[in-house]
Design a binder for this molecule. Structure first.
Ligand code: FAD
Ligand code: UDP
Length: 382
């Protein structure tokens, strides 16, 4: 096994992880004339944006990914690699069979109360908020439930927030901190676009195409866990760009960081159009899953939906994370933040290892900010 490395090229960069961070850094390093080797412990490149093809449909294996940004440089960069389609995220909420548009906007208010003007809607919401203020008085909201009632009133809270949030976090809203929901947008216009960003879409041909373009002409080794061959791999390059979990890099010496995770049940159905939308949230407490994704709607629109007689859906379950499970969302509470800061002190002192991305920075980054950070690191270092 070791002789395998003897006559190998020496690289400027060994990039651990082929997700958007590693792949974007590798792209820029190559442009700057550097030799890179990208490794990934998974059998495919792309990290969490990877899609598998089932029945001709790109299935988002690690959860639905919708690209959105306000950063024109990032948008131009990705579109220069692969054009993006016009997908606009507009999820629907299903509360015990009643359907509501999200985010909370005039369509939602009409569906909820039959109100037709912004003034009528605001009056409805304010009436409920005032009711709650009479109960709570002047004191600060003590938990998520109290905060939500102050922001949107009882109807929206009970039908569209309570059940979904409790499933997602695995605990009652009265035991969740108020800050989680402090910024709940209410829109008094008929606009179902979930995001406020000016740029949004899905790469035409899927996310794998974007990753392929980023990694074009770059050496990649799959099924290769950095920690299984740490010394040999380290010796291959001058500098390491590490995008895996930071606590693992230091053998968990201060303890393990925690994550929130999700589990997917994916099914192929013999029908061209199961739910008529990419994302439907189940906002009641009784339905065990949080949402159902119908993947084809990310990439085919209108009549084209019927070109494929089959469809693929994934039910998404929020699950308590255990060591060994896929780390999805960092838990940025006091304990984990303090622990991360201990690891970060070690990382900052490294001279030939750069840390970046969602796992190495223990931070929830959307795709666009991940690319932005990798571009900034490349600019600084190359
Ligand atoms: P990752 O994609 O996690 O890549 C890290 C890579 O490192 C992985 O491939 C892993 O296998 C590899 N690796 C780890 N350890 C080792 C090791 N020891 N040896 C070798 N390789 C290793 N963002 C959006 O903008 N819009 C969305 O709608 C959206 N939805 C999301 C839904 C879910 C469920 C999740 C979890 C995330 C979502 N995101 C979304 C965020 C998005 O996934 C991230 O911004 C992006 O994937 C971060 O890229 P990364 O390279 O930092 O990490
Ligand atoms: N949320 C909700 N009802 C919904 C969707 C979201 O109450 O139908 C709340 C919930 O508390 C969730 C938060 O809004 O934690 C953010 O949800 P979103 O889906 O926007 O973000 P993500 O799941 O990516 O964190």
């Amino acid at each position: 096994m070791h002789t395998f490395y003897v006559h190998m090229v020496h690289y400027d960069y060994l990039i651990v992880g082929s997700g958007l961070f590693g792949a974007t850094f590798a792209y820029h390093a190559k442009q700057a004339g550097k030799q890179c080797l990208v490794i990934d412990k998974r059998p495919h490149v792309g990290g969490n944006v990877y899609c598998e093809q089932i029945e001709g449909i790109h299935v988002h294996t690690y959860g639905a990914h919708i690209f959105h940004t306000a950063n024109k440089d990032v948008w131009d960069f990705v579109n220069g690699l692969v054009p993006f389609n016009r997908y606009t995220n507009s999820p629907i909420a299903n509360y015990k069979g009643e359907l509501y548009n999200l985010p909370f906007n005039m369509n939602t208010f009409y569906q909820m109360w039959g109100v037709r003007t912004p003034e009528e809607a605001a009056a409805r919401i304010n009436e409920q908020i005032e009711d709650w203020k009479l109960k709570i008085g002047d004191r600060e909201p003590a938990n998520l439930e109290e905060q939500a009632l102050l922001l949107v009133g009882r109807d929206i809270y009970e039908k569209l927030i309570k059940g979904y949030t409790e499933k997602q976090w695995g605990r009652p809203c009265t035991e969740l901190p108020a800050f989680i929901i402090r910024r709940l947008p209410l829109r008094f216009v008929y606009d179902n676009n979930y995001f406020n960003d000016p740029y949004q879409g899905i790469p035409i041909g899927g996310y794998n195409m974007l990753i392929e373009k980023l990694l074009e002409g770059i050496d990649v080794r799959l099924n290769c866990d950095f920690f299984a061959e740490r010394n040999e791999l380290t010796a291959l390059a001058d500098t390491i760009v590490y995008t895996g979990p930071i606590d693992r890099f230091y053998d968990y010496r201060f303890g393990q960081l925690q994550y929130r995770t999700v589990r997917f049940e994916t099914e192929v159905l013999d029908t061209p159009n199961r739910q008529g939308n990419a994302v439907i949230n189940y906002t009641d407490r009784e339905t065990p899953f949080t949402r159902i994704i119908e993947h084809k709607h990310f990439e085919s629109f209108g009549q084209a939906v019927y070109d494929n007689p089959k469809t693929v859906v994934s039910r998404e379950y929020s699950t308590e994370w255990q060591p060994g499970m896929e780390p999805y969302y960092p838990v940025n509470d006091a304990r984990n933040t303090a622990l991360y800061n201990q690891y970060k002190t070690l990382a900052d002192a490294e001279s030939n290892v750069l840390f970046g991305g969602r796992l190495a920075e223990y931070k929830y980054y959307d795709m666009a900010p991940t690319i932005e950070r990798a571009m900034a690191l490349a600019k600084e270092r190359l």
